[in-house]
Ligand binder design. Structure first.
Ligand SMILES: [Ca+2]
Length: 305
């Protein structure tokens, strides 16, 4: 059983990632924390609450975290997922989220649980995790695994030519987290841009005739016209079946300064997985068996309410 925290900014692909985690009998979602990303944090938190309730996970607590990047006074939101973050799909009013800070909750959970027992999937900007690391230095090294959707190693960015959105939204936070010495598996655009949804696949999800299938189908019809990729689903799918992904060892640095390169993730090296001499290093998923991934997600959705 994987005990999992999901830090997210729903976001349509975040919504699918939450549903995928909810579908698995092998995943225990301990908490969901939210951050300003695609949309402001209060919208993200409400969306996470709605998606979990729809997925039969009303008991999973949702906490709101950082409203602003770590060293900026303005958030860098976008409208790829619509004003409401869910492509205009009405999931009804959201129940209340938990009081208290997502950052402090992350620190508390990682401190209270035995070392290397919790896994965290970060599928939004990394502000909450960087603030947790600043609050309690070394806390991210207590994770069993830290799965991160972010960055672009050989590909062009998706928000600027140099940068992927989650890193660009808070480059300083990404640098703090990626250099924290944690057991990281990164899912950059290099792999997520292989996870392409087809109109037929989206139609098949809608045809499941379940609450989650219908909601996912409607959200994806709104989203796929702009970005038909399952970015945030990849780290959760890796938890469920690692054999879907090909992983390499690499070193990463983040460009934080202003200018054309801001938010760029630069690989200092990319080598074989067993290159244990290469330190400091993290793992990066560089390719995925896309058809098998789509099949696995569809099968998982068939288990949801
Ligand atoms: Ca996201």
């Amino acid at each position: 059983m994987t005990q999992l925290i999901i830090d997210c900014d729903p976001g349509i692909d975040d919504a699918l990632a939450l549903m995928l985690a909810a579908s698995s009998p092998d995943v225990d979602i301990v908490a969901v924390t939210t951050v300003t990303g695609n949309r402001p944090v209060e919208i993200a938190a409400g969306n996470a609450r709605r998606i979990l309730d729809l997925s039969g996970m009303a008991g999973v607590p949702v906490y709101a975290g950082a409203a602003l990047p770590i060293d900026r006074d303005q958030a860098r939101c976008n409208l790829v997922h619509g004003e409401d973050g869910l492509g205009g799909v009405d999931l009804g009013p959201a129940m209340a989220i938990e009081p208290g800070s997502a950052v402090l909750r992350i620190v508390e959970l990682l401190t209270r649980h035995p070392e290397h027992s919790l896994t965290l999937a970060a599928i939004g900007p990394l502000t909450n995790l960087a603030l947790a690391e600043r609050t309690s230095p070394g806390v991210l090294r207590r994770l069993k695994q830290l799965l991160i959707m972010g960055g672009a190693l050989h590909r062009r960015g998706n928000i600027t030519p140099a940068a992927e959105f989650n890193v660009y939204a808070d480059p300083t936070a990404a640098k703090i987290v990626l250099e924290a010495g944690a057991r990281i598996v990164l899912f950059p655009l290099d792999v997520t841009e292989q996870a392409v949804m087809s109109a037929e696949w989206i139609g098949a999800l809608s045809n499941l005739d379940t609450a989650c299938g219908r909601a996912a189908g409607l959200m994806l019809q709104a989203y796929a016209a702009r970005d038909p990729l399952l970015h945030d689903v990849c780290p959760i799918a890796y938890l469920l079946d690692r054999s879907l992904f090909q992983v390499q060892r690499c070193g990463i640095t983040v460009e934080c300064g202003p200018g054309a390169m801001e938010g760029k993730t630069i690989a200092t090296f990319i080598g074989p997985l067993d290159d244990a001499d290469a330190q400091p290093s993290i793992l990066a998923a560089m390719s995925v068996r896309a058809t098998a991934l789509l099949d696995a997600v569809h099968a998982a959705f068939a288990r949801l309410p």
